[in-house]
Each structure stands twice: as structure tokens, then as C-alpha cells.
Write a protein that binds this ligand. Structure first.
Ligand SMILES: O=C(O)CCC(=O)C(=O)O
Ligand SMILES: [Fe+2]
Length: 336
């Protein structure tokens, strides 16, 4: 049910029964409308249990409290192909948007503030990838917490794809076939450093997500802001909502649906009410980026194109496309 206090729609998916329930079409059309108009929605009735969510936040804090040396030993790859691991403040520049390239991208990337450190947790086919993972004795329960929580996130992702398929007039199982070799999930710890700052201070530059669906879990600090096309493309605040996951469409799902679902620009700033006596508290958020099996060819889905709406994009290998965008997050030093 839409809520007047929040700029984004709140959609309850608990009752969805794979197209067989009496409310299914209503849920599907609300979700598609939200993703079409805004690219974002708050999802409730998702089934991810609170203790699993609390578990990953607790592990995230413990991880980021490790000595710098221990984190640097898990330094992320920067080729865009294997990005799992740790990025120190200022290392990863999540700034690009889909259209930006060349000099514009360079300017933005090099000018971006380094206000966050990141850890991308490597999980492949539901198991932890031991490379660049903290050792069990250093952080007991870390891998287990992220695996069990992201297992539940993957269930939500699949449910949302079924709702979207129905809402776009396709077979409810349309997207299932692209996940037979596993669902790619990339849980990511975002730690925004606290410090002396003013309200409105930028914490993460504006960008679109380049993947499929992002399931974002926020702590209570807030600061996420989302472009509102209906308000002259102003940024509006998208604070955390109790019991809801903030979900957004990435570039690849937008492309897959011929632009019907929107991949919307967003950023993180210091919310005015969080800054006390000029001091901004640290903030944690944990997005789980979900997508189809590796090397899925993303070609415009049936029902989203026709004589009056031609295909906007040629088919593309989703993995290669994402890797190309990821590589741009790590500006290369120029050779001396
Ligand atoms: O921290 C947030 O609220 C947003 C993070 C984000 O946009 C991202 O990691 O892509
Ligand atoms: Fe994002």
C-alpha cells in the first residue's frame, strides 16, 4: 500500500503465488508500475528473516573493525572481472552512469570523494569462495551469515522476477530458464566513514547500478537519495523503512525489458537529521546484487517490443557488459 510519508511505493509481495493467487495480478501491476515510474520500491512481506539481517550487519561491523592490514590482505581485484574483496576508502569509485564515458567519466571518477570502504563477499553457487574471504578463526560465522542471508535474498530475487514477468504479460517463469546454472549474487558491505561533515555532504556519488536487481538493506542512519522523474529529476530521500528491503532495477534488467523498467540514478548524502554538532555518524548498508547465470545473453524479452516499440538494444553478454562497467570503478594509474 502506498504510504504518504515515503517518496517510493511500498509493495507487499507476501501473498504472491506464482500467478495462481487472486491478488497476483494486482501485485504484479503495482511492482511493474513502481519499477517503470521510479526504478525503486520498498518490498515488504519478503521473507528474509530479521535475525539473518541482524547477523550480516553484525558481521559487517566486525569485518570493518579488523586492523587495516588484515583488510588490505584481502584487497579486491581491479580488472572488473573479479571484484570480490576489500576496497579501501577512495579505491572504488561507484560513480559512473550508463551513458557516461571518456573524459566525463574520468573527471567524475577522479573527483569523487573517498568516503566509503567496501567488501564484496565472494559466494559462488551458494558456497563461500575461500579466495579473499576472512579466515574462519579471525571472524567466526562471517561466511555462514552471508551465505544463509543471501540464500534468502536469492529467493526474494526469484520471486520478484516472477512478479515482473507476470506484470509484463509474459509467462510467470520467463526468467527462470536463465538461472539454471546458478544465480549470481554479490553481497557487498558498504561502510561510510563518519566524521566532521555538514548536512548534505556527499557520501557516494550518483550512479545507476549496472546489474539486474539490487536488494539493499540499510541501517537506521539514512542518506540514500533517488532521482524522481516526476519532480524534474530532483533527488528525493529514500530512508530505510521498517521491515522493507529497498529494491532497485539495474541497467541490465532495464535493457532486458526494453527500457520499460527504469534503472534510476541514486546517491548517498548526509541526511540533515543525522548530523549532530557538525559530526556525521558512520553508516552501513548491505546491498545484495542478484543476476542470472554467468554469460547469460540478455536479449529484449518478448512482450516488451513490437511494431510500435522497436527493440532499443542489441543482445549482449550480461557478464561481459557488467565487467566492462566494473573495470571503470578502479581508475588506473597513468604510466610514468
Ligand atoms: O548505501 C546505499 O544506500 C546505496 C549503495 C549503492 O547505491 C550501491 O552500492 O550501489
Ligand atoms: Fe547503487
Amino acid at each position: 500500500m502506498p504510504h504518504a510519508t515515503y517518496a517510493l511505493p511500498i509493495i507487499d509481495v507476501e501473498d504472491f503465488k506464482d500467478g495462481l493467487g487472486e491478488n497476483d495480478r494486482t501485485i504484479a501491476s503495482s511492482l511493474v508500475a513502481a519499477f517503470h515510474d521510479r526504478g525503486f520500491a520498498y518490498i515488504t512481506g519478503h521473507g528474509v528473516t530479521q535475525d539473518k539481517i541482524d547477523g550480516v550487519f553484525e558481521q559487517a561491523r566486525r569485518f570493518m573493525s579488523l586492523p587495516t592490514q588484515a583488510k588490505m590482505a584481502l584487497l579486491a581485484g581491479t580488472d572488473g572481472v573479479d571484484t570480490k574483496g576489500y576496497s579501501y576508502p577512495g579505491m572504488a569509485k561507484v560513480t559512473q552512469n550508463a551513458e557516461m564515458d571518456g573524459a566525463d567519466l574520468d573527471k567524475l571518477v577522479h573527483g569523487a570523494p573517498g568516503m566509503n570502504e567496501t567488501f564484496r563477499v565472494g559466494i559462488v553457487n551458494g558456497k563461500s569462495d575461500p579466495e579473499r574471504m576472512p579466515k574462519e578463526e579471525d571472524l567466526p560465522g562471517f561466511a555462514e551469515a552471508f551465505i544463509t542471508w543471501s540464500d534468502e535474498c536469492v529467493q526474494v530475487y526469484h520471486r520478484l522476477l516472477r512478479i515482473i514477468a507476470l506484470g509484463l504479460g509474459s509467462d510467470v517463469t520467463y526468467f527462470d530458464r536463465f538461472h539454471l546454472a546458478g544465480t549470481v549474487r554479490t553481497p557487498t558491505i558498504q561502510h561510510y566513514l563518519g566524521g566532521v561533515a555538514q548536512a548534505g555532504h556527499g557520501r557516494l556519488n550518483e550512479h545507476t547500478d549496472y546489474g539486474y536487481l539490487t536488494l539493499l538493506f540499510q541501517d537506521s542512519v539514512g542518506g540514500l537519495e533517488v532521482v524522481d522523474a516526476a519532480k524534474n529529476n530532483e533527488f528525493v530521500r529514500a530512508p530505510p523503512v521498517d521491515k522493507a528491503i529497498t529494491v532497485n532495477v539495474g541497467d541490465m534488467l532495464s535493457r532486458w525489458t526494453n527500457g520499460i523498467l527504469k534503472s534510476t540514478m541514486h546517491r548517498v548524502s548526509a541526511p540533515p537529521d543525522a548530523v549532530k554538532d557538525g559530526v556525521l555518524p558512520e553508516r552501513y548498508s548491505i546491498p545484495c546484487f542478484c543476476g542470472p547465470s554467468p554469460n547469460t545473453i540478455v536479449d529484449t524479452m518478448p512482450g516488451t517490443y513490437g511494431p510500435n516499440r522497436p527493440k532499443l538494444y542489441p543482445p549482449v553478454n550480461g557478464t561481459e557488459h557488467i565487467q566492462m562497467r566494473q573495470a571503470k570503478m578502479y581508475p588506473k594509474k597513468k604510466a610514468q
